[in-house]
Design a protein around this ligand. Structure first.
Ligand SMILES: [Zn+2]
Ligand SMILES: [Zn+2]
Length: 385
């Protein structure tokens, strides 16, 4: 013989519709099979609650039940023939989902096909900075980063529970991970939802914390992370390594590791993206006579030939000798800007030579700026400086 349906739900016979709904919701949550690891007694209770709720939530059914008892709603073999029915677990779960599945926080708890999905706290992000030389940028490189941070505790496999003990539903929020505060307003009941302070929205609390980590699920460890630095990075570029940051408490998702690059200034070059500018100093005689000179590139020294009569400000364009472009791997340009160097201290011998030269060299052109200047102007335009 079924118990009194009001008693099943723990409400008074004069309870309002809202009270019945609320009582069912609360008890059904507590005995929901998802939350009790398929415990048989909970399952039976969940079905019983659902059966009672199905009758009492409907005003017509409820009136029949109030007048005639179980007989009025088809239970106990009476003539009613409708209303009360024994439900199996799948039906009970469907009824619960039908009425509460899309109701505020319930989605978060029983979403994803009825499985629990409470908040798991995420670990923090970690920032690291890696200093690189221009050669590192030219070729790309590998680095091993040593991180000291909180990592999963081996003693409890990150659960925070002492091995052999279990977690239990949080008594404050009954495992929902959130607490609801109802208050009356002019427009009816107003419900606010906030994360449960007792379990920090996790829904469970420990019966005994793991002695290694004190229940946090994490211990301080040192660990190494291998980092591939792609060619062509620049200062302030960064790489995000998902899940390589601090582990989340109690098996929560790990934060990210964000590696920022800091490329050392190379006194030999000015850098603009993947292009480089190198100032080549030539002596008077080198500039006048031309010849082979050795210049540095990010990939090693190279020999280039300078035409006789090279002017200060002339720019030589060495395509493909700049830095790799991080987006497509193509290489930028190395601009070699010629500067004719004037000696500042003359030995008596040099002084004599320059005096002799001055009598035979002739006048320089009146208009300044040869072809080299024009190229330099164009280059500056291209750089936007
Ligand atoms: Zn532990
Ligand atoms: Zn809680």
């Amino acid at each position: 013989m079924a118990r009194d349906l009001y008693e099943v739900l723990g409400v008074q016979p004069q309870a309002s519709e809202a009270d019945i709904k609320k009582a069912y919701r609360r008890l059904a949550m507590e005995h929901h099979p998802d939350r009790n690891n398929g415990d048989k007694a909970s399952e039976e209770r969940f079905k019983e609650l659902t059966e009672a709720y199905e009758v009492l939530r409907d005003p017509q059914q409820r009136a029949q039940y109030d007048r005639f008892g179980m007989a009025g709603v088809g239970g106990g073999g009476g003539p009613g023939g409708f209303g009360f029915a024994h439900v199996d677990l799948a039906e009970a779960l469907n009824i619960f989902m039908r009425d509460f599945g899309g109701f505020g926080g319930f989605d978060a708890i029983f979403g994803g096909g009825g499985r629990q999905r409470r908040t798991r706290r995420r670990g923090q992000d970690v920032r690291a900075s890696v200093r690189l030389s221009l050669a590192d940028v030219a070729h790309g490189t590998k680095r091993t980063l040593k991180l000291r941070s909180l990592d999963r505790c081996d003693g409890c496999e990150g659960s925070g529970a002492k091995p052999g003990t279990a977690t239990k539903p949080c008594p404050t929020c009954r495992g929902t991970g959130e607490v609801r505060h109802a208050s009356q307003s002019l427009f009816g009941q107003f419900v606010s939802v906030s994360p449960c302070p007792t379990c920090r929205a996790e829904g469970t609390v420990l019966s005994e914390p793991c002695p290694d980590c004190g229940g946090d699920g994490r211990v301080r460890k040192e660990r190494e992370v291998e980092l591939d630095v792609p060619a062509g990075v620049d200062t302030n570029n960064y790489i995000t390594l998902r899940g390589q940051g601090v582990a989340g408490p109690r098996n929560g998702p790990a934060g990210d590791l964000i590696v920022e690059f800091d490329v050392e200034e190379d006194p030999r070059f000015q850098r603009r993206g993947s292009d480089l500018v190198y100032d080549l100093q030539l002596s008077f005689s080198q500039a006048a006579l031309g010849g082979d000179v050795t210049i540095p590139t990010p990939f090693g020294d190279e020999t280039i030939s300078v035409e006789p009569g090279a002017q200060s400000g002339t720019v030589l364009t060495l395509r493909g000798k700049g830095l790799p472009n991080i987006s497509d791997g193509s290489r930028g340009t190395l601009y070699v800007r010629i500067q004719v160097w004037t000696p500042t201290k003359l030995t008596p011998e040099l002084h004599d030579l320059f005096e002799r030269l001055s009598t035979i060299e002739g006048e320089p052109p009146k208009e300044g700026g040869g072809l080299g200047h024009k190229i330099w102007e164009k280059m500056k335009e291209a750089f936007g400086t």
